[in-house]
Ligand binder design. Structure first.
Ligand SMILES: C[S@@+](CC[C@H](N)C(=O)[O-])C[C@H]1O[C@@H](n2cnc3c(N)ncnc32)[C@H](O)[C@@H]1O
Length: 223
């Protein structure tokens, strides 16, 4: 079982996501546990304030160090030991290899930012792996945390109905997946490639391998 603690200002953002599809089933089956913690609960301020204006000026608000330090200390005092991930556009880019690595862990902590981000002492003063889900800016770390939870969950043993699914997917061997087709064989003048309906499995494997290479080299710089 993998347990993922998520520190967020918007735990409600996860409600539909956690109950649906593969993740919902994985939670029901005890394959993964996702624990949401509201950063506001760790504020020492009587109004549960967690943010303030940046020194030196500039737009927006930053998450203050205190609630984050208190939250992590609370988690540790309740047994948390594991990798800590701080979500930021400035981090290492999350990819399938990283998802595979994380799927081998027992405990993870994901810290979601909001507003203009974090007071830098949060980054400096605690041990974090800074992780980005891509070169674009989200309003908060919640969609980034969901992407990580989802990508990691589907790699956990028995999370998917067919255990071979993750082996055959894009990035599993560094390449993008080949095109796939289902019924009907003809649709609005478009046909399924003959090789896929011919029953020759060696030919099908060869076609898929070639399509996969072709797609990867045309859509990615380094296949
Ligand atoms: C509006 S963003 C802050 C952006 C920050 N001012 C900057 O320019 O890098 C608010 C929060 O969303 C999350 N976030 C935004 N984009 C992200 C990305 N690409 N990957 C991971 N987290 C992201 C981070 O937790 C960040 O603290």
């Amino acid at each position: 079982m993998l347990t993922i603690d998520v520190l967020t200002l918007f735990p409600e953002a996860f409600s539909g996501f956690l109950g649906a599809s593969i993740l919902g089933l994985a939670r029901q089956r005890g394959i993964i546990d996702v624990r949401l913690h509201n950063l506001r609960d760790f504020s020492a301020d009587k109004h549960h304030k967690v943010d303030d204006r940046p020194f030196g000026g500039g737009p927006g608000m930053l998450i203050c160090p205190e609630p984050v330090f208190r939250a992590v200390e609370w988690l540790e005092s309740h047994g948390f030991q594991g990798r800590r991930i701080l979500l930021t556009p400035a981090g290492r880019t999350f990819d399938q290899k990283f998802a595979q690595e994380l799927s081998g862990e027992k405990r993870l902590l994901l810290l979601c930012g909001h507003y203009e981000g974090f007071d830098h002492r949060i980054v400096e003063g605690m041990k974090w792996e800074e992780v980005s889900v891509g070169d674009y800016v989200l309003s908060g770390g919640e969609p980034a945390a969901m992407a990580i939870v989802d990508a990691v969950t589907r790699l956990l043993p028995e999370a998917l109905g067919d255990p071979d699914s993750p082996k055959d997917e894009s990035f599993s061997d560094g390449k993008l997946e080949y095109p796939q087709y289902t019924r009907p064989r003809e649709f609005r003048g478009m046909s399924v490639p003959e090789v896929l309906v011919g029953g020759n499995h060696a030919e099908i494997r060869k076609w898929r391998e070639e399509e996969s290479k072709r797609r990867t080299s045309s859509r990615r710089k380094s296949p």
